[in-house]
Design a protein around this ligand. Structure first.
Ligand code: PLP
Length: 399
C-alpha cells in the first residue's frame, strides 16, 4: 500500500506557511501571575501589565475566594460524569445559587462556557428548526449552530430589521431560535436585547443570550443585582436560555445555562456535551459560590466602571476610539493584521500586554487590539497603558 501520510504533512506545512505569510500565525506564550491577574510574567519577562485578561473584577486571585477553595479540596475531581456518580451536593448548591443570581427557575453547570453553548444549541436544533444568529456571535455559538443540524440564518450585527426580515421569510418553520451575545466579545457593544426579545415574542421564537461578558458586571440598578444584560435592559424573563461563563468576571472556572425547570430536564436528557463528559470538581464549585458573594457587594463593578471611564476618556482624546466605551471591552481598530501585531509588539516593549485580534476571530482587515479593563488596574497602570498606546499609535502613524 502506498502511504499518503506525506500528503498530510505537506498539507499541514502549507497551512502553517500560509498563516505565517499573512500575519495570522498564532503561538503559545507562557504567562504566570505575579500579583493578581494584572501584574504578570509573560514569556519570562517580569512585571508586564496585563490588559487582556477576562478576570474583569480581579476576583481570581482574591484571598477570600482562594482560602475557602483550598479548604474544600478533598478530592481533585469526581472522575465521573454527572449522570453516573459526578453529581455532587456542591454542584447542586451552585446551580441553585446561579438560578437565584439569574432570576430563573433553574441552572445547569457545564465544564466550560464553550460547552454550555454547544450543549444547549445542539440539543435544541435539528430538523425543522432555523437558528437566527448574529454575524458577530462567538465561535462557540457558531460551532453549536453548525453541529446542531438546524438551518442557519445569519443576521447583520444587531440589525433588528434584518433579523425581522429573516424571521418573516421563515415564519412557517415550526421551531425558531434567535441567538445573540449580551456584550459582544470583540466589539464590546451591547446587543439590543429589548428589541430582539420583542421580535422573538411576536414571532414565537426562542431566545438564547450568551452573556459571558456581561454577566456579574451589568444588571438591574433598582435591585442592585449583577445578573447581566437582559436584566440591565429589563427583559430578563423574556430570555429562554441565559448562557454564561464562570471563567470571566466571576474569576473562576466553568460555564452554565440558566433556564426553566422543563428546559433543564430536557438538557440533562439530550445535551451530549452535558452527558458525555466529566463533571466540574467540587472545589471549583466552592470557588464560584464564594465569588458570587463577592460580586453581590458591587464595589468591584464600581471600580471597573471608573477605570473604563478613565481609559476610555484618554483614548477618545487620542482619537483612537470614537465614543466613550460602555463596557470593559475596548477595541482599537487597526485594520491590517500586520499592523495589529506590530502595535501589540510595541506595547509589549513598554511593558503592556494587549493581544492583537485577527481573522478568524474577526473579519479579515478588521484586526484590532482588544483592551480588557479590570477593576484591579490602578491609576498608575492606566497611565502606563495610555503612554504605551500613544507611543505605539505614533510609531504606526495612527495619530
Ligand atoms: C461570548 C463567549 N461565549 C463563550 C465563551 C467560552 O467561555 P469559556 O471560556 O468558559 O469556555 C467565550 C470565551 O471566550 C466568549 O467570549
Amino acid at each position: 500500500m502506498v502511504s499518503t501520510k506525506g500528503n498530510y504533512y505537506n498539507f499541514v506545512k502549507k497551512e502553517l506557511d500560509y498563516l505565517r505569510s499573512y500575519d495570522l500565525y498564532r503561538g503559545l506564550n507562557i504567562d504566570d501571575s505575579l500579583k493578581g491577574s494584572v501584574r504578570i510574567r509573560h514569556n519570562y519577562q517580569d512585571n508586564i501589565l496585563n490588559f487582556c485578561s477576562n478576570d474583569y473584577l480581579g476576583i481570581s486571585t482574591r484571598n477570600e475566594v482562594l482560602q475557602p477553595t483550598k479548604k474544600s479540596l478533598k478530592q481533585i475531581s469526581p472522575c465521573s460524569s454527572r449522570l453516573v456518580t459526578g453529581n455532587t451536593p456542591e454542584l447542586e448548591r451552585l446551580e441553585e445559587m446561579l438560578a437565584n443570581h439569574r432570576k430563573t427557575q433553574t441552572a445547569l453547570v457545564f465544564p466550560t462556557g464553550y460547552m454550555a453553548n454547544l450543549g444547549t444549541i445542539t440539543a435544541l436544533g435539528g430538523k425543522n428548526c432555523v437558528i437566527f444568529s448574529d454575524e458577530l456571535n462567538h465561535a462557540s455559538l457558531i460551532d453549536g449552530c453548525r453541529l446542531s443540524g438546524a438551518e442557519i440564518s445569519i443576521f447583520k450585527h444587531n440589525d433588528i430589521h434584518d433579523l425581522e426580515e429573516k424571521i418573516e421569510l421563515n415564519k412557517r418553520v415550526p421551531r425558531k431560535i434567535v441567538i445573540t451575545e449580551g456584550v459582544f466579545s470583540m466589539d464590546g457593544d451591547f446587543a439590543d436585547v429589548r428589541k430582539i426579545s420583542s421580535i422573538c415574542h411576536s414571532h414565537d421564537a426562542l431566545l438564547i443570550v450568551d452573556d459571558a461578558h456581561g454577566d456579574f458586571i451589568f444588571g438591574n440598578s433598582r435591585d442592585r443585582s449583577y445578573s447581566g444584560i437582559p436584566s440591565y435592559f429589563g427583559v430578563n424573563s423574556n430570555v429562554d436560555f441565559h448562557i454564561s461563563s464562570l471563567s470571566k468576571a466571576l474569576g473562576c472556572f466553568g460555564g452554565y445555562v440558566a433556564t426553566s425547570r422543563r428546559m433543564r430536564e430536557f438538557l440533562i436528557n439530550k445535551s451530549r456535551q452535558f452527558i458525555y463528559t466529566s463533571s466540574v470538581p467540587s472545589h471549583l464549585c466552592v470557588s464560584a459560590m464564594t465569588a458570587l458573594g463577592v460580586v453581590e457587594r458591587g464595589y468591584l463593578q464600581n471600580k471597573l466602571f471608573r477605570n473604563i471611564e478613565l481609559l476610555g476618556g484618554e483614548l477618545c482624546k487620542l482619537g483612537l476610539i470614537a465614543d466613550q466605551p460602555r463596557t470593559q471591552i475596548i477595541p482599537i481598530l487597526i485594520g491590517s493584521e500586520k499592523n495589529a501585531v506590530k502595535f501589540s509588539n510595541l506595547l509589549l516593549k513598554k511593558g503592556i500586554l494587549i493581544q492583537p485580534i485577527r481573522f478568524p476571530t474577526v473579519k479579515k482587515g478588521s484586526s484590532r487590539i482588544r483592551i480588557s479593563m479590570s477593576a484591579s488596574h490602578t491609576l498608575a497602570n492606566i497611565r502606563n497603558a495610555v503612554d504605551a498606546i500613544r507611543y505605539a499609535a505614533n510609531k504606526l502613524k495612527l495619530i
